[in-house]
Design a protein around this ligand. Structure first.
Ligand code: UN1
Length: 513
């Protein structure tokens, strides 16, 4: 059996049999328990990572805090130069890193490369931004006065990321945080720890070449307890966390308790509305990729299709037909569309969700199930399922990180579909398929989709880095990546400067001495 070049990739990335999951740039050390990383692709042990103890963490924080003081002294465009070098290194290593993502996480190789491409793109974006951390000047109401706004680095940024985008989500955060003058401490998912080791090796090399202090980029590894070191730590003014709503509720509360800021990127329950004028050529690939891409494990994965009754049968048949074309298997083999779920727990959640949907009255159109036999030895490969369901079903209201697509009908006007689309607790991504301008604009209006992302004639997943990424309600409200998302990594300071010889007070207050 071919290993698809995995051994070679690991070598190129400096990922070994046993790795330190605690690193402050050039200094790797950790003294905690060992996490074993098994590939969901073939069930093989890829490597081991030693986790971060409390004492290790304190050492990381000392080094990071010190690094912040010198990093913020470096002019922003020069910080951009470091990020430019990092982006170039990622170009060189796109193939091995994309392979590791695919092998450790299970997404298709194309999507693994796509993830590294997102890292490269956000680096380019950050390089340009490093000359545009602009504040405003504001007219003062007083003569001989001027006001302005400045953006200053915020400090040590804590990053908690999920298994499903094991490298890109970190890069969205760090590339921006670094040019803003912050340093980062990253706790990756314990389900994909080797990806974080590989990324840290890459940036550590760049920092060393540039004789920059270690500590600009740090990683820590372990489960939620290691995350808790950061959420309770007043030395970390901002915690950016991506993952489940359950996790975000705890992180948000803990960080708020100490008046820290959090950027939360949590669950979605994303729907596509399919109207009578929708073009099937666009609908089918959009909906199918959205539902089964990354084996349904994107926070932007399409969970629900809300289809107008007049085109329901036609759309249903086309989607069901397309599911028949899907090939499931080793994601490193580019013939396959769909790889495995992340682990057996995920498989069990997938199976339980299907049972629950049936028990609530769902009608299974495409039967799910776990695949067995040659090539499926890891036990993590499942068949994507389609179920006719109703929006109010408890299971439909819940985000299941698996390829289960719920179909539902709407009748009458677009308002009815929008109400169903918004009728869930989450608010990440949404889409409408229509050729009617009025429907599209209604969907995008204040009375339309309540999500952070609302698309027309494309699916719910696969957002570009140039826009702000995130959503409302239980999705947590944070925005990462493009647009002005950089501002959250900085602290805002308002300045009023008096260049006159008098001291007039604001609001016309008289205070004569
Ligand atoms: C995630 O699933 O956590 O829009 C992020 C997308 C990707 C990012 C998903 N660019 O699907």
């Amino acid at each position: 059996a071919t290993d698809f070049g995995i051994k070679e990739a690991l070598k190129q990335l400096g990922v070994n049999a046993i790795n330190d999951g605690t690193s402050t740039g050039s200094d790797n050390f950790s003294n905690g328990d060992i996490i074993e990383s098994y590939s969901p692709v073939d069930g093989q042990l890829i490597g081991k990572v030693r986790t971060t103890t409390r004492a290790d963490y304190d050492k990381v924080m000392d080094v990071a805090t010190k690094a912040f003081k010198s990093w913020r002294d470096i002019p922003a465009p020069q910080r951009g130069e470091i990020v430019r070098q990092f982006g170039n290194k990622l170009r060189d290593l796109k193939e091995p890193l994309g392979k590791l993502v695919s092998y450790e996480m299970g997404k298709s190789l194309q999507e693994g490369y796509g993830e590294v491409q997102e890292m490269i793109d956000i680096c380019d974006f950050a390089v340009g931004l490093s000359r545009q951390l602009n504040g405003q000047t504001i007219p003062s109401e007083r003569p001989g006065h001027v006001m302005r706004e400045q953006w200053h680095p915020i400090g040590v940024v804590g990053i908690i990321s999920a298994f499903n985008f094991p490298v890109a989500v970190w890069a969205w955060n760090t590339a921006l945080a670094w040019i803003c003058g912050d340093v980062c401490v990253w706790k990756a998912s314990e389900k994909a720890p080797l990806c974080s080791v590989a990324c840290q090796n890459i940036i550590a090399g760049i920092l060393k070449e540039n004789k920059l202090p270690e500590g600009i980029s740090c990683i820590i590894n372990g489960d939620y307890k290691v995350g808790e070191f950061m959420t309770t730590d007043t030395r970390i003014p901002l915690v950016s966390a991506t993952g489940s709503t359950r996790m975000g509720r705890i992180v948000g509360k803990t960080v708020a308790e100490r008046f820290g800021k959090s950027l939360l990127e949590l669950g979605g329950n994303n729907a596509i509305i399919i109207t009578p004028s929708a073009d099937l050529k666009v609908v089918v690939p959009g909906a199918v990729f959205g539902a089964v891409g990354t084996c349904g494990q994107r926070c932007t994965s399409t969970r629900r299709l809300i289809i107008h009754e007049s085109v329901y049968d036609k759309v249903r048949d086309a989607i069901v037909g397309a599911y028949g074309q899907l090939t499931i298997g080793n994601p490193l083999d580019e013939k396959n569309h769909i790889g495995p779920l992340i682990d057996k727990d995920a498989v069990n959640m997938y199976l339980a969700a299907i049972e629950k949907a049936k028990a609530e009255g769902g009608n299974v159109l495409v039967e799910g199930g776990v695949l067995e036999g040659e090539g499926y030895e890891s036990g993590c490969y499942v068949k994507p399922a389609i179920i006719e369901a109703e929006n109010h079903f408890e299971i439909v209201q819940h985000e299941t990180f698996a390829p289960i697509l719920y179909l539902m009908k709407y009748s009458g006007d677009i308002e009815n579909a929008i109400e169903t689309q918004n009728g869930v607790a989450q608010g990440l991504s949404s889409a409408i398929m229509t050729n009617e301008m009025k429907e599209a604009e209604k969907f995008l209006s204040y009375a339309g989709s309540d999500c952070g992302i609302a698309n027309v004639n494309i699916g719910t997943s696969g957002a570009e880095i140039g826009g702000a990424f995130g959503g409302e309600k239980e999705t947590g409200g944070g925005r990462e990546s493009g647009s002005d998302a950089w501002k959250v990594y900085m602290r805002r300071q308002t300045n009023t400067i008096n260049y006159s010889d008098e001291l007039p007070l604001a609001q016309g207050i008289k205070f004569d001495l």
